[in-house]
Design a protein around this ligand. Structure first.
Ligand code: EPU
Length: 302
């Protein structure tokens, strides 16, 4: 979708919003799949309500992009524009055992920055790609850690009320890869309350998690992490593996040989290839185990 109205472009400037025309989502997502659209980079949180009123007033649909690490986007000219928070500097500020983190901050760098200030707890999240905002909205987790456990306060744009809001951690429910945020809420910043630990001890935890991840996940390849959530008491990866589906492919979309819940873009996979692979694997699992796997990956197909 292209924004061409000069009045809108001037209004973006007034709101300190940078207009980036014809961006390829394939270049902004870890899967390396997705069509093109205009991207609006937001430099001031307080401009968001006016920006969204402006877009709605002109009938321009939009979606919020975080770090693009858990996202599958359809191909072609996309029927919506994409909004993204510009990164700010500094994006993490520490006071005592509270880290105030901008939603656009990189999750891994946040974990190591906090570690250097002797704040731990998030060691398990070290290899999880993406932004803190993205991790927050889906309660990212790994190796027994989930980000929701440390949330003291979240600032967000509440789409339903069209305003910025601050929620106490206790007002938010964090479950396995699920939160009580609405799908169109936009995470803006978070205060994390972290346990004090000596840096060398945190570093040791980080190294152990990194090694486990390297040994079991296809890190150097284009993927969106795990495609499906684990069903209660089971592992989607193991189920897919047991069906002999490692290496199963549709075009260049392929089930990883290393971890069967990671689907790889092994070349020039289209969104249709990846969606067909996901549907095919899901069908095989349903047929064999009677379980309908739920998506963990977020799909932008409208
Ligand atoms: N397994 C297989 N074959 C496979 C993959 C796994 O047999 O191809 C077996 C493993 O040997 C192990 C069990 O299944 O006995 C569980 O595997 P793993 O420890 O890799 O964990 P997982 O349940 O597959 C979850 C998260 C990962 C997270 C790891 C580590 C989900 C959907 N996945 O994977 O998160 O990194 O635990 O904590 O919750 C993600 O969210 O994108 C993600 C990758």
């Amino acid at each position: 979708m292209r924004i061409e109205d000069p009045k809108l472009l001037t209004a973006f400037q007034e709101l300190d919003v940078e207009w980036k025309p014809a961006m390829s989502l394939a270049e902004l997502t870890y899967l390396g799949i997705g069509g093109t659209t205009d991207l609006l980079s937001i430099r001031r949180h307080d401009a968001i309500p006016d920006l969204l009123n402006l877009l709605d007033g002109h009938g321009i649909p939009h979606k919020f992009l975080g770090g693009g690490s858990n996202l599958l986007v359809i191909d072609g000219d996309l029927p919506f524009v994409v909004l993204q928070l510009a990164s700010c500097d500094p994006d993490v500020v520490i006071e005592g055992n509270i880290a105030s983190v901008d939603a656009a901050a990189d999750l891994g760098r946040t974990v190591t920055f906090c570690a250097k200030h002797n704040l731990g707890g998030m060691e398990g999240l070290i290899g999880v790609p993406g932004t803190v905002g993205g991790a927050l909205r889906m309660n990212a987790g790994a190796y027994g850690t989930q980000i929701g456990s440390y949330v003291r306060e979240v600032k967000l744009y509440r789409a339903a009320d069209r305003r910025l809001e601050t929620l106490h951690g206790k007002q938010i429910s964090f479950e396995y890869r699920h939160t009580s945020f609405a799908p169109d809420d936009m995470m803006l910043s978070v205060k994390l309350e972290l346990p004090c630990k000596p840096y060398p001890e945190i570093l040791q935890g980080i190294r152990i998690c990194n090694e486990k991840r390297r040994a079991s996940q296809p890190l150097g390849q284009k993927s969106a992490g795990c495609i499906f959530k684990n069903p209660p008491g089971a592992s989607a990866g193991r189920m897919i593996d047991e069906l002999g589906l490692k290496g199963f492919a549709v075009g260049d979309a392929r089930v990883s040989d290393r971890h069967a819940n990671f689907f790889i873009n092994a070349g020039h996979a289209s969104a249709a290839d990846m969606l067909a692979l996901i549907a095919g694997v899901r069908e095989r699992v349903r047929g064999a185990y009677g379980v309908t796997l739920e998506y963990e990956v977020v799909v932008w197909n409208v």
